[in-house]
Design a protein around this ligand. Structure first.
Ligand code: HPA
Length: 301
């Protein structure tokens, strides 16, 4: 046991710096593999959440790359996730979309979960759009509502930036005053209004999962200031902030989590509600992309 610790990844400075070098190298190798099949520089990266893959079918001139064909990409283990990178054009802009993401609860490390975000940045992505399925704890939320995430609480018990920092990828202590871009939030609100789709802003709390929460836990999360809860997004957004991407994240409320009126949820029901909300997201997101040329520059550096 003691010997194991002495040779642990964190304990050995040489191994630690090798691992930092490896990350940069792994990013470059993955990036090269994508570039050989998709030659354009994508401006937008999209990560599609549970049951929310519908948008991918709107991508024109699509080059579809299964994750298994991208070096160092972990393979998705969740049945409801397809596990492929869809590269092409959406509303005239070059995009790369992850149809299926990696979750911490699947057993991947935080670094594995967020590796695709690093690759997107290396490909040239400037704006990251994420979707997810979330539990609604604010009593004003209804099933299948869209929530525009305005801030988050990391309660996942880990952090993708833990360990030695590679200064080429981002700062040691990244600022988190505004990881969700204010201008993108306003644009999303405006687009939702134009489409007649309801979308409220809310605070997302990320938990490790895979179990849903107990009543006491929902009570605690709500008291902490969160409106919605989910098992993804937070790691990707932390890495996006580290690497300097503008972020917009949209949730679909797939279950209502009021502690005093809690009903057991089934994953099948969550997926059905995600599909319903996903249809609205598949209208909202292209509308947002269409109007990105009118996006004011970032206010918060
Ligand atoms: N809790 C955590 N994650 C979730 C939930 C929930 O209630 N619903 C969808 N993802």
């Amino acid at each position: 046991m003691r010997e194991g610790r002495a040779h642990s990844w964190l304990g050995d400075p040489q191994q630690r710096s090798a691992s930092v070098e490896n990350l940069q190298q792994r990013i470059e190798e993955a990036c090269r593999a994508v570039r050989t099949r998709f030659h354009a520089v994508p401006k937008i990266g999209i990560i599609l959440g549970t049951g929310l893959g519908g948008l991918a079918s709107q991508i024109d001139q699509a080059t579809v790359i299964p994750y298994g064909e991208i070096p160092h990409f972990p393979e998705s283990t969740v049945e409801s996730h397809t596990g492929q990178l869809v590269c092409g054009r959406l509303k005239g802009l070059n995009v790369v979309a992850m149809e299926g993401r990696f979750h911490f609860y699947e057993g991947y490390s935080m670094q594995e979960v967020t590796f695709p975000v690093r690759v997107m940045k290396a490909l040239g992505v400037e704006i990251l759009l994420l979707t997810n399925a979330a539990g609604g704890m604010n009593h004003q939320l209804q099933l299948a509502d869209i929530v525009i995430i305005e801030d988050h609480i990391n309660l996942m018990g880990d952090n993708p930036l833990r360990g030695r920092n590679d200064d080429r990828l981002g700062p040691r202590f990244p600022d988190m005053a505004e990881p969700y871009d204010r201008q993108l939030i306003s644009l999303a609100q405006r687009c939702a209004l134009e489409l007649g789709v309801s979308a409220q802003k809310g605070v997302f709390v990320g938990v490790a999962g895979p179990n849903l929460e107990t009543r006491a836990e929902y009570r605690m999360l709500r008291a902490m200031g969160a409106d919605i809860v989910g098992m993804s997004t937070v790691p990707e957004v932390i890495v996006a902030a580290h690497t300097g991407l503008r972020v917009l994240a949209l949730s679909i409320v797939t279950d209502i989590c009021l502690p005093d009126a809690l009903e057991p949820v089934e994953i099948k029901k969550i997926l059905a509600v995600a599909a319903e909300g996903g249809e609205r997201l598949a209208r909202l997101i292209p509308r947002i992309i269409e109007q990105l040329d009118r996006l004011p520059p970032r206010q918060h550096a």
